[in-house]
Design a protein around this ligand. Structure first.
Ligand code: MLT
Length: 404
C-alpha cells in the first residue's frame, strides 16, 4: 500500500506565518469593528516602481506578437537578466561572479528550501537560532533531521547556533563540525548583521572543515553601514565554499511577482563533483524558468531609473524601521535590528513569552507581529516587527503601542 513521506508527519503545527495569519483572521472575525494592523510577515506594501511596470507592459506586448513571442525560458534564466545581475550585484562590488554561475528562479524561499536536495541525506546542518523556519523545515521534510523534542523545541541531528543579546545576535563557530551551514545576513528575524571580517571567519572555517555555506542575502538592499558585506563573495575564498541566495522580493517589491536567483561558483565542489552541474541538472529537470515578463521586470531593477526608484522604496521602509525602533525605545522596550534590515527585534516585557506578547499586542493595540519563539527556542521572549507596512499604519501602530 502507498505510504506517505513520514518525515512530513514529524513537523509540529503549521508553517509559522500560516499560524500567525490564521490567528489574525480569527481575531478580525471575532472583532469586526477593530482596525488590525499587520506588522508580521515581511510582505511589502508599496506598489511596483514605474520603471518595473513599464518593462512588464512592454514584455506583455512582446508576448502578443508572433515575432517577439517567447515560450519556455532558458533553464538557467535569460542571458539579459543574468548579465545584469552579474554586473549590478557582483562586478560593481569587486566580486568575481560570472553570468553563467547565476541560476534565475521564482524566489529565494523556494531556492532556500530546494538547495538541500543536492546534498547527501547524511549531511549535518547548522542553523542560527532563531532562524527563518524554511531552512530547518525543508531539511525535516527531506529526512535529514532526527526527531523533534517538544521540551527543548529542537531537532536532534541539527546543530543550533544561538544568536542572543549576549553575542550581539551573531552566531559563533559551532563546536561540532557541520556539513551545511545556513547563514542569513542582514538577518531574518533579528535584523542584526555581521561585518566583512566576521563573515571572512566563516568562509575560512567552511574551507577548513570542508563545509558549504548557504548564504541568504535577501535583505542586502537594506544595508546602510559601511563594512557590512553585500555579498559573501566579497570574502576571499568564498568561491570554494559558498552558495548565495538572492531575492527580488524585498529590494524591488516582487513578493507577489516572484523572482530570485542562486549563485553557485564553478569552483565549488564536494569531492570531485561540481555543485554547479548538480544544481543545473536539478533546474533542468524540475523547473521551467521564471516567466519572460518577470525576468524583463527584473532586468529593469538594474537600470539607472530602476536603481533610483528602488533606492527611494528601500528608504521608505527604512524610515518605517526607524519609526518602530525609536517608538519602541520611547515606550521603554529593549530593541535591536532595524539599521541594516527591515526587521526590529524586541524583548518582550515582564517576562512574557513570545506568544503571550503576541496575544497581548493584538488585544491591546490591535497590532500583529511575529513571536520570536516561532523562529527557534532562542527566540523565546522576543518578538519581531516588520518595517514593510505603510508609513501611516506604522505610525499608528507605534502610537497604539506607546499607549498600551
Ligand atoms: C518573513 O516574514 O520572515 C519573510 O517575509 C518570509 C519570506 O520571505 O518568505
Amino acid at each position: 500500500m502507498i505510504k506517505v513521506n513520514d518525515n512530513y508527519l514529524k513537523l509540529p503545527g503549521s508553517y509559522l506565518f500560516s499560524t500567525v495569519g490564521r490567528k489574525q483572521r480569527e481575531y478580525e472575525k471575532a472583532h469586526p469593528d477593530r482596525n488590525v494592523i499587520r506588522l508580521s510577515i515581511g510582505d511589502v506594501t508599496q506598489p511596483l516602481a514605474p520603471v518595473i511596470l513599464e518593462a512588464m507592459h512592454k514584455a506583455v506586448d512582446e508576448m502578443g506578437q508572433a515575432e517577439t513571442f517567447r515560450g519556455y525560458a532558458p533553464d538557467l534564466g535569460y542571458e539579459f537578466l543574468r548579465d545584469a545581475i552579474a554586473k549590478g550585484d557582483y562586478h560593481s562590488r569587486g566580486a568575481d561572479i560570472s553570468a553563467d554561475e547565476i541560476f534565475v528562479s521564482d524566489g529565494a524561499k523556494c531556492d532556500s528550501s530546494n538547495i538541500q536536495e543536492i546534498f547527501s541525506l547524511h549531511s549535518k546542518i547548522a542553523v542560527c537560532d532563531p532562524v527563518y523556519p524554511v531552512y530547518v523545515d525543508s531539511n525535516v521534510m527531506a529526512g535529514r533531521t532526527g526527531t523533534y523534542d517538544v521540551e527543548t523545541e529542537r531537532w536532534s541531528n541539527v546543530i543550533y547556533m544561538p544568536c542572543t543579546a549576549d553575542n550581539d545576535f551573531a552566531p559563533e563557530l559551532p563546536k561540532e563540525t557541520p556539513d551545511l551551514i545556513y547563514l542569513c545576513f542582514p538577518n531574518n528575524p533579528t535584523g542584526s548583521t555581521i561585518t566583512k571580517d566576521q563573515l571572512q571567519v566563516w568562509v575560512d572555517y567552511a574551507n577548513k572543515v570542508g563545509a558549504v555555506i548557504i548564504y541568504d542575502a535577501a535583505y542586502e538592499a537594506y544595508i546602510s553601514e559601511e563594512n557590512v558585506p553585500h555579498t559573501i563573495y566579497e570574502c576571499v575564498g568564498a568561491r570554494t565554499c559558498a552558495i548565495e541566495l538572492k531575492s527580488f522580493s524585498k529590494n524591488a517589491g516582487f513578493t507577489g511577482v516572484r523572482l530570485g536567483y542562486t549563485v553557485i561558483p564553478k569552483e565549488l565542489k564536494c569531492g570531485d563533483t561540481a555543485l554547479h552541474s548538480l544544481w543545473a541538472r536539478r533546474h533542468g529537470t524540475k523547473y521551467n524558468g521564471a516567466p519572460y515578463i518577470i525576468q524583463r521586470a527584473g532586468e529593469a531593477v538594474y537600470s539607472r531609473e530602476g536603481r533610483e526608484q528602488l533606492k527611494k522604496q528601500v528608504a521608505y521602509y527604512m524610515n518605517n524601521a526607524k519609526t518602530i525602533y525609536q517608538g519602541l525605545k520611547k515606550a521603554g522596550y529593549q530593541v535591536s535590528g532595524g539599521v541594516n534590515a527591515p526587521y526590529i527585534w524586541l524583548k518582550t516585557p515582564d517576562k512574557m513569552t513570545s506568544w503571550e506578547f503576541f496575544d497581548y499586542l493584538l488585544e491591546k493595540a490591535n497590532v500583529v507581529g511575529t513571536p520570536g519563539s516561532g523562529f527557534g527556542p532562542s527566540g523565546e521572549g522576543y518578538f519581531r516587527l516588520t518595517a514593510f507596512g505603510s508609513y501611516e499604519n506604522t505610525v499608528e501602530a507605534l502610537d497604539r503601542i506607546q499607549k498600551m
